[in-house]
Design a protein around this ligand. Sequence first.
Ligand code: FAD
Length: 167
Amino acid sequence: MALERLIYASRSIELLKPEQLDAILKVSVTNNARVGVTGALMYSSREFLQCLEGSREAINQTYARILRDPRHSDLVILDYREADRRWFASWGMHHVPPLWSSRQVLLRYSEREAFMPSKMSAAMATALLSDLAADLSASAGAAIAAPEIPRPLGGLTRSYGAAAQRA
Ligand code: FAD
């Protein structure tokens, strides 16, 4: 069965409180685990950028539910293609730390300083998510290779404290 990846952007109908975002992530992790979907969700300034990866059937059924969700609107598919491997294999739905939507990071992937994924090109949204996945994988590798050594501040994920994960 082919592995596929869908990347879309949308706009929240309101500024989300951390517990509202948590509720979305919680149901996503539960539902996605059931059908073998993995991915990542970025949220900042009322904008969502989400990556879903899994079988065609699972991706389409999951996206169809997401599309009907009244908590967001203006959904736009940025990219949908066959994938050779999962980027977020360990994550039913990874909540991307807000550092990834900081001005400094966004300027690498967009001509805009603000997080406006619906205006990003498919190539740039893909590059951002691919770099995020590589950073997560490097962090996991560092943790496995040297668990007793404090991890250096370097990669974007590593330098972001758990206490600040909710923006
Ligand atoms: P329930 O959670 O019981 O929801 C039943 C219905 O009520 C659904 O139509 C739901 O959309 C709606 N609903 C639930 N909570 C609220 C609320 N607070 N306000 C208004 N309506 C509400 N789901 C996944 O399975 N996987 C994902 O990766 C995923 N990503 C998401 C990303 C975003 C940006 C958003 C906004 C939602 C996402 N969801 C995801 C949730 C998805 O849209 C559905 O709500 C969910 O899949 C339905 O889960 P459920 O069948 O357990 O029903």
